[in-house]
Design a protein around this ligand. Structure first.
Ligand SMILES: NS(=O)(=O)c1ccc(C(=O)N2CCN(Cc3ccccc3)C2)cc1
Ligand SMILES: [Zn+2]
Length: 261
């Protein structure tokens, strides 16, 4: 297990007054990915990503993160291949980040934290009638995780950052009608994959995680912009939206597979 060298008192964090572990949970997320323990699987296919930028609907602050939501009434924005048996529809993407650059990601690689992590959330519309139903099923969701590291300014991310002041408070939303989230996914095809869960309530064990090996680079100002958001609504005492990550969960009887040698 990773040493608790980082002061991640997520247990004290308001976000996690709900149970830190769920009784009977055997496939909880996030986890530490120990590179040398991951197993190369030659049968893993390349992940095929096809997003239609015009399916983008709006950005909103849901009090956990800021989400960019998509029209998932048709198969216009989907992923297929990789570890997946079916085609999955893009529903939303969001981020997790820290108060400082030393931590913020949910997953870690060899116990290394990144300052932030992007989650692109997809659901199995082949087998289930809605996202809400898919959330409750073992193969219901597929989430692509992308690490963010401090470096060059990310031009694609900047269009999102420019919109953040308009969703500073919980339950605020703005229209956002064209955005192609594939600009946030590294071109390197390498990924790890494992069976896990949602990292926010209801923490259901319904997620096939696909964690990209390569991070994307963002600059300090862009990370700082995330930290100007608030957990709180208009009129409430302001609480900065930072450290919105769940603590690492036990691997238990799981193997992390890699798509690369
Ligand atoms: N960090 S994460 O990628 O694991 C992630 C977290 C939250 C979500 C999400 O959109 N929802 C979780 C369930 N919630 C609504 C809901 C649906 C059914 C039952 C109860 C509640 C929405 C998706 C992915
Ligand atoms: Zn997430």
């Amino acid at each position: 297990a990773c040493s608790r060298k980082n002061i991640r008192n997520a247990a004290l964090h308001p976000l996690w007054q709900s149970p830190l572990t769920i009784p009977g949970g055997t496939r909880q997320s996030p986890i530490n990915i120990q590179w040398r323990d991951s197993v190369y699987d030659p049968f893993l296919k390349p992940l095929k990503i096809s997003y239609d930028p015009t399916t983008c609907l709006h950005i909103w602050n849901n009090g956990y993160s800021f989400l960019v939501e998509f029209d998932d009434s048709t198969d216009r924005s989907t992923i297929i291949g990789g570890p997946l048996e079916n085609q999955y529809r893009l529903k939303q993407f969001h981020f997790h980040w820290g108060a400082i650059n030393d931590w913020g990601s949910e997953h870690t690689v060899d116990c290394k934290f990144y300052p932030a992590e992007l989650h692109l959330v997809h659901w199995n519309a082949v087998e289930y009638p809605s996202f809400e139903e898919a959330v409750m099923e073992g193969n219901g969701l597929a989430v692509i995780g992308v690490f963010l590291k401090l470096g060059a300014r990310h031009e694609g991310l900047q269009t999102l950052v420019d919109a953040l002041p308009a969703v500073r408070h919980k339950d605020t939303v703005i229209e956002f009608d064209v955005f192609d989230p594939s600009c946030l996914i590294p071109s390197c095809p390498d990924y790890w994959t494992y069976a896990g869960s949602l990292t926010t309530p209801p923490l259901t064990e319904s997620v096939t995680w696909i964690i990209k090996k390569k991070p994307i680079e963002v600059d300090e100002d862009q990370l700082e912009a995330f930290r100007t958001l608030l957990f709180t609504s208009h009129g409430e005492e302001e609480r900065r939206m930072v450290d919105n990550f769940r603590p690492l969960q036990p691997l238990m009887n799981r193997t992390v597979r890699s798509s690369f040698r």
